[in-house]
Design a protein around this ligand. Sequence first.
Ligand code: PHE
Length: 336
Amino acid sequence: MTELTQETLSELQVLAEAALTSSTNLDELSAAEAEALGKKSALTGLKKQLGGLEPEQRKEFGQLINATKSAIEATAAARRTELAQAARLVQLEEERLDLTELREEVKRGHYHLVTQARDRLEDVFVAMGFKVAEGPEVETAWYNFEALNIPDWHPARGSFDTIFVDLGEPEEVMLRSHTSPVQIRTMENQKPPIYIVAPGRTFRTDVADATHLPAFNQIEGLVIDRGITLGDLAGTIDAFVKAFFGHDVLTRLRPSYFPFTEPSAEFDISRADGSWLELGGCGMVHPNVLANCGIDPDEWQGFAFGFGIDRLAVMRYQLDDIRELVNNDVRFLRQF
Ligand code: PHE
């Protein structure tokens, strides 16, 4: 049996503390603690010897044993805190979310291809010296028709397949059927010279099919200045088409009719196989339209042109069906 001496107690303490501090996890620590302080521990064994001592010595060794026990307990507690902290760090590391990796995974959105086409068109025209103008999507008969030289008896009104809004007099308020009302609003508010393009949404009663949408987008160009001729119109259209589609694409004008332009024309662009594709309408601004906006037709002349942006996107990306543009199928949209 180990003798109860001060040396024995210090030895026990040194050994126990060495075991405690060298434990590498909480299980090892608990085992070392049980070994040092448990029922079968050497310390407990020594404590049993107290009973056989003189009262003086019993008191002295009792205190010594308790101090040893407290010291060992304190060491165990300190080591427990250390190990718990280490375990927490390991857990944090394991559970860490690697956000850099996650960010690579996230797919970024992008503009719809019609918006992309509109932006590119604006860029081309702005580079040519035009400003971008906008107007309301809900219009009155004055802006959508009358000021554009389409009085209410005019047969051309019917050809616009207008969607009327139930407001005011019958057929007085409507969803604009073209972006031409923006011409009128601009000429009313601005003195010439005027060089604008007006992109925006337009509406007609068309039933959606492979080549039609009831809500679509147009871009309209308007130039008002002195000495403007049909040659300026043809040259502007050719310059824009070459900037947008490429320098080998040709343009041509074919006589046509619009109430707000005189003379009027359709303009076509050439395809790779040599055939022609109709893009839009154009012409010299009708003197009545200038007069309606308070501009003297003897002093100022101008031209205007307009075409569909959605159709342009269909042509550019060779889509089979214009409805793809509004189906909002991300598998389709992601391709552009
Ligand atoms: N506004 C006409 C349309 O939508 C297009 C056009 C614009 C024609 C400008 C001539 C001049 O059909």
